[in-house]
Design a protein around this ligand. Structure first.
Ligand code: SF4
Length: 349
């Protein structure tokens, strides 16, 4: 089943198209000190390897802005500068050759400054993401609005400001920690603007809780056809955000990226360490880029049948396991060879 997606205006972020029916783009943000260009480039290379397609770096001061050209030279994916309050940092980032900005025009200090940034961005065709977070909304004139409505109202105000300067290279995000608030805000804005939406759940937490929160929120939005680019915010190495984003997109058949691992939950029939094996296989699969489905099952009774749509799999019993391809047995392996034999078959595919 193919999900219907909201039609949005395409916006170019360097070489990557966001919106306009393009595949949902996966992005992340570095947590290195941007002033340390070498460390930031190193981390971005790790993110590129994980499949990250756009990367954002914080630009908190002039020294960070000064590091942007070196960062840009060292990486292959589009670079977005995250700016708060200081329009001079936005201008410096544009001059440094960034591919996108994330800022809120309303908080960079007045009409003239917004105009200067919009002009410079337009000249270099650098898009601006208006990024509203529920925790830092400006005061509203309209009484009685919910948080989601306030987010939408603020975003519409920011958009109007840029449009009044004839600037339309716009993306929008409306992130909250609260999932229903996030969904309500995105659903409302999706119907009211043509621009592509960057979706995320903010401050989602460490992996265990953050993954669930992000998957529920982002999964619901994507299922509704909303979202042109996605960031999973986790209190973890940003590489984990990229893996998680792809898993969410893969689970909705919106993207194909690397292998899918199927593994059984284990039960009273399990006689070997399936949890350990599945974890080891998952780790090994990180270096594989082909979109293959791999199964690790805990018994020969139900295993091959339950995972018959897997390209390759193993059903493990005490001391021995059955290797299978598309549900058909192709060999028997000793327990000590479970991992290597399975990975050998994956490589062969
Ligand atoms: S595959 Fe076998 S061991 Fe795994 S949950 Fe199913 S019945 Fe239990």
């Amino acid at each position: 089943m193919t999900l219907a997606r909201r039609i949005s205006k395409p916006v170019q972020v360097g070489s990557v198209t966001v919106g306009g029916g393009a595949p949902v783009v996966v992005q992340s943000m570095t947590n290195t000190d941007t002033r340390d260009a070498a460390a930031t480039v190193r981390q971005i290379k790790e993110l590129e390897e994980a499949g990250c397609e756009i990367v954002r770096v914080a630009v908190p001061d002039a020294e960070a802005a000064a590091a942007l050209p070196a960062i840009k030279r060292g990486i292959s994916i589009p670079l977005v500068a995250d700016i708060h309050f200081d329009y001079r940092l936005a201008l410096a980032s544009i001059r440094a050759g960034v591919d996108g900005l994330r800022l809120n025009p309303g908080n960079i200090g007045g009409a003239e400054r917004v105009r200067a940034v919009a002009l410079a961005a337009k000249e270099r065709q650098v898009p601006i993401r208006i990024g509203l977070n529920a925790g830092s909304l400006p005061k509203t004139e309209t009484p009685g609005l919910s948080v989601a409505q306030r987010m939408v109202e603020s975003a519409l105000g920011e958009i109007k400001l840029l449009e009044s300067l004839d600037f339309d290279l716009i993306k929008v995000s409306l992130k909250a920690f609260d999932v229903p608030t996030t969904i309500a805000a995105y659903a409302e804005i999706a119907a009211r603007i043509p621009y592509p939406l960057h979706i995320g759940i903010t401050e989602a937490g460490p992996p265990r809780t953050g993954l669930v929160r992000s998957s529920v929120g982002l999964g619901t939005l994507l299922y509704m056809g909303i979202g042109d680019t996605i960031r999973v915010s986790l209190t973890a190495h940003p590489r984990e955000e990229v893996f998680a984003a792809f898993e969410i997109l893969k689970s909705l058949d919106l993207r194909q990226h690397g292998p899918v691992l199927v593994s059984c939950p284990t039960c009273g029939r399990t006689e070997v360490d399936i949890i350990g094996l599945a974890e080891a296989v998952e780790k090994e699969l990180h270096r594989i880029s082909k979109p293959v489905k791999v199964a690790v099952m805990g018994c020969a009774v139900n295993g091959p049948g339950e995972a018959k749509d897997a390209d390759v799999g193993i059903a493990c019993g005490k001391g021995r396991g059955i290797l299978f391809k598309k549900g058909e047995k192709i060999g028997v392996v000793e327990e000590k060879d479970f991992l290597t034999a399975l990975m050998r078959e994956v490589e062969r595919l």
